[in-house]
Ligand binder design. Structure first.
Ligand SMILES: [Fe+2]
Ligand SMILES: [Fe+2]
Length: 228
C-alpha cells in the first residue's frame, strides 16, 4: 500500500503544496503549508485510530490530510473539488490502488464547509483535522496583523488539542486563548467550521465537544441523560 511517507516525498505534491501556500500568503491567509497539512494529517489519522478504524483507513486519512489543500494552487474558490481533480492522476501514478485514490479524492473534494458533504470515515476525519487547526503558530512569520481577525484569533490560541474518548464516543476540541482575541471572535470566523465538525463527529457516531478556556461552548444534553 502507498503510505503517507511515499506521498510526502512525491515531488509533484510538494510543488502543489508550495504553490497553494504561496498563493494563499499573497491573499493574506494564515499558513497552509507543511505545518498545516502535517497537523491535519496527524489529527485525522489519530481520530480514526483512536476510534478503532482499520489501518488502511487510518493511512488514507493521513494521506488525505497531507494533500487536502493542493487545490489552492488553482484558486481559493472551490479548492476542494479542484484539488480532487488534480490529485487523481498524480495519486494513480504513485501506484496507489484506485479504490484508495477514490477514498482520498472524495474526502478532499468535500472538505470545504461551503459545499462539502461527509460520506465516509476518511472524509469525516479530514474535516475534523482541518477545521480544528487554529493556533498562534499558524500566523505567518509570527507577526499578526492586528486588523485581521483571522490573525488575531489564531495568535491568541496558545494551546490546541483534539482528543478522542472512544468509550464515551466524544471527540473533544480544547483551546486555550489569551486576550489578544475573544471567544466571540473565534465563533464569528469558525461557526460554520464548528457546525461541520459536529456533522463529521456525528458521522463517526460521536459528539463533538468544543471547549474554550475550560468552558464548554456547544454543550447540549447527552442522549443518555435525556433517557433518564
Ligand atoms: Fe482547505
Ligand atoms: Fe486546510
Amino acid at each position: 500500500m502507498v503510505t503517507l511517507q511515499d506521498i510526502r516525498q512525491n515531488e509533484d505534491i510538494k510543488a502543489l503544496i508550495r504553490a497553494g501556500n504561496r498563493y494563499l500568503e499573497a491573499c493574506g491567509y494564515t499558513d497552509h503549508g507543511p505545518r498545516h497539512v502535517s497537523y491535519v494529517s496527524k489529527t485525522a489519522a489519530y481520530i480514526l485510530k483512536a476510534l478503532g478504524y482499520s489501518p488502511r483507513e487510518v493511512e488514507l486519512a493521513a494521506i488525505a490530510g497531507w494533500v487536502h489543500d493542493v487545490g489552492n494552487s488553482v484558486n481559493r474558490h472551490d479548492h476542494g473539488p479542484n484539488g480532487a481533480v488534480i490529485l487523481l492522476p498524480i495519486l494513480r501514478e504513485t501506484g496507489m490502488d484506485m479504490n484508495d485514490v477514490m477514498e482520498i479524492i472524495t474526502a478532499v473534494g468535500n472538505h470545504e464547509e461551503q459545499s462539502g458533504f461527509i460520506s465516509s470515515a476518511v472524509s469525516a476525519a479530514l474535516v475534523l483535522g482541518d477545521k480544528s487547526d487554529a493556533h498562534k503558530t499558524r500566523v505567518r512569520h509570527g507577526r499578526p496583523d492586528p486588523t485581521d481577525v483571522h490573525d488575531r484569533v489564531n495568535f491568541s490560541i496558545q494551546e490546541n488539542e483534539v482528543t478522542v474518548d472512544r468509550k464515551a464516543r466524544i471527540i473533544r476540541h480544547e483551546l486555550t486563548m489569551d486576550e489578544t482575541s475573544s471567544v466571540m471572535e473565534y465563533l464569528q470566523i469558525y461557526m460554520s467550521r464548528i457546525v461541520m465538525c459536529e456533522q463529521a463527529a456525528a458521522f463517526l457516531k460521536c459528539s463533538f465537544d468544543l471547549v474554550i478556556n475550560g468552558r464548554p461552548v456547544n454543550n447540549r444534553p447527552r442522549p443518555e441523560k435525556d433517557a433518564t
